[in-house]
Design a protein around this ligand. Structure first.
Ligand SMILES: Cc1cc2nc3c(=O)[nH]c(=O)nc-3n(C[C@H](O)[C@H](O)[C@H](O)COP(=O)(O)OP(=O)(O)OC[C@H]3O[C@@H](n4cnc5c(N)ncnc54)[C@H](O)[C@@H]3O)c2cc1C
Length: 489
């Protein structure tokens, strides 16, 4: 059953503890830093729970209805259907909520397509994962994850010079009922709004630190668990028009801090296996299903940026200048490229694992790399089109509430093609993509959400058919004539 916005809203009020600096927040749905984000999340749930949208957002299995991010696809058509649902939810937030409810759901769904990878590590772990998957899709849970030990605290064998005394998040005790964990992990995007958090590792850890391998799901109100938020962006915004994206779409990032948090065994999916704690995501479709969503979301975000670029040129009256059209043509080509990369993953899907369909892994990783390489450049193209106009705008649109100021603003801030108020909104939207704190955070997000570039490119390296490529070279060289050595007399 798909949860409604009201149900989701209630679930966020579960007693989780969030810190903004020294301020303790006990109800994220009521606090000005998070209230609007909570409303955005609730609206997403309402969008998908609407019975009129059931075909778009839900699928049926054994008489039950589930949100499509949980679909373990078996055919190309399943993948296309799942993609349409993910795209429609990304459109509702213009691609600015990276860890939306569809994202980490993809990781758990991918694990649930091959739970034997976990079961082979220890009997019961695969079953735990499957039970968790069933509960998560039945209750339509919003999952987030923290799978990165902060820099400066990583396994020293792999990252020399990064030794510290304080431990990363790790198991400090275990008994018949479960494990106890303490330590910290970065960077739990959306944990403020999610229902549960997955802890684990997407970066390598050394064998001697295998206590850090613990992979498990925790409720966000678990005793001893706190979330340390970065500076929230919505709170200082007085008027939506001043920072339209910061106002509604701050998905939040927090450090996960655990102080002797108990985890029962039924919530544990892996323990004491450093190597496999990372490999479970690539030996199952987990990494692929999760990041296929990232590619779709980026495609949606680029649609907004390209539309905005064109609107800016219209507002400036430069839209017919040939050099400007060339820039717009480039924007359009970039948007079509990511669209093609997403569609290509589905057309060239893999029948893997047995009986299931997975987006083409090489194209998915290539798209991740493409997005990581191009986001800064694309945002800079938009910034260049804006010129200095964002800074021409008054500090707030509250000038409209003052008769004298409004009259001056409406008279002198308009252009022949756009009224002052519409121009203000347009440029402030653009500023929230190129210049605000929210914008700066997105620059980091697009660079690092899937790991640094070494990690992202390593995935393409791993999946590449090097033997086939070598064969091409060898085949060509075999046919190349070389001079015969002179005959000896
Ligand atoms: C906005 C945002 C949201 C995030 N959300 C999540 C989330 O929801 N869940 C989660 O688990 N994580 C999340 N992350 C964390 C993300 O996983 C990490 O940021 C990412 O893995 C990179 O780690 P790092 O930030 O420590 O940077 P590093 O890996 O330390 O990289 C920093 C720089 O150092 C370079 N570098 C590092 N090692 C080497 C090396 N050996 N040789 C050469 N150069 C090197 C990198 O290329 C990079 O330029 C998020 C990050 C951001 C910025």
């Amino acid at each position: 059953m798909l949860a409604t916005g009201r149900q989701k809203h209630e679930r966020m009020r579960d007693g989780r503890v969030v810190y903004i600096g020294a301020e303790r927040v006990d109800d994220v749905t009521a606090h000005p830093a998070f209230r609007r984000g909570a409303e955005t999340v609730a609206a997403l749930y309402d969008l998908k729970a609407d019975p009129a949208q059931a075909d778009l957002f839900a699928y049926e299995e054994n008489g039950e209805r589930y949100a499509l991010q949980w679909l373990r696809c078996r055919t190309r058509d399943d993948l296309a259907r799942r993609m349409r649902a993910l795209r429609a939810t990304a459109e509702a937030t213009y691609g600015f909520i990276g860890r939306s409810p569809e994202q980490v759901a993809g990781l758990i769904t991918g694990l649930a397509m091959n739970p034997s990878v976990l079961e082979n590590l220890r009997a019961g772990f695969g079953e735990n994962l499957l039970r968790f998957y069933e509960r998560a899709r039945r209750d339509d849970l919003y999952l987030c994850f923290a799978v990165t030990p902060p820099t400066g605290m990583r396994a020293t064998e792999l990252f020399p010079g990064q030794e510290r005394d304080d431990p990363n998040l790790q198991v400090i005790a275990e008994d018949d009922t479960g494990v106890t964990v303490s330590g910290m992990k970065m960077l739990a995007t959306s944990a403020v709004y999610a229902d549960e958090i997955l802890i684990g590792n997407l970066t390598p850890i050394a064998e001697k630190f295998k206590a850090e391998a613990i992979t498990a799901a925790l409720p966000l109100n678990a005793p001893g668990l706190t979330l340390w938020s970065r500076q929230p962006y919505a709170q200082p915004v007085k008027q939506e028009a001043d920072y339209p994206l910061s106002y509604r779409f701050d998905e939040t990032d927090s450090v996960l801090v655990c102080d002797r948090v108990r985890i029962p065994w039924e919530r544990v999916f892996l323990h004491n296996d450093a190597v496999m704690s990372r490999r479970i995501y690539t030996e199952t479709p987990a990494n692929c299903y999760q990041n296929h969503h990232s590619n779709i979301r980026f495609w949606v975000k680029l649609g907004l940026i390209v539309g905005l670029a064109s609107r800016i040129t219209l507002a400036n009256g430069i839209d017919k200048v040939p050099a400007v059209r060339e820039v717009l043509g480039r924007f359009a080509a970039l948007e079509a490229t990511i669209g093609g990369l997403v569609q290509g993953q589905i057309e060239a899907f893999e029948e893997w694992p047995k009986g299931y369909a997975t987006p083409n892994r090489r194209i998915m990783y290539a798209a991740l790399n493409w997005c990581q390489e191009h986001h800064t450049e694309i945002v800079d193209m938009l910034r260049t089109l804006l010129g200095g106009i964002p800074l021409l705008m008054p500090a707030s649109i509250d000038v409209m509430a003052d008769d004298a100021l409004r009259s001056t603003f409406e008279r002198w801030w308009k252009t022949p093609s756009i009224e002052a108020l519409e121009r203000y909104k347009l440029y402030k939207l653009a500023w929230d993509i190129v210049g605000s704190e929210f914008a700066g955070r997105h620059m980091l997000y697009e660079k690092f959400y899937a790991g640094n570039s070494l990690i992202v490119r390593n995935q393409s390296d791993r999946e590449a058919p090097w033997e086939r490529f070598h064969g091409i070279v060898d085949g060509l060289l075999q046919g190349v004539e070389s001079p015969k050595p002179p005959e000896r007399k």
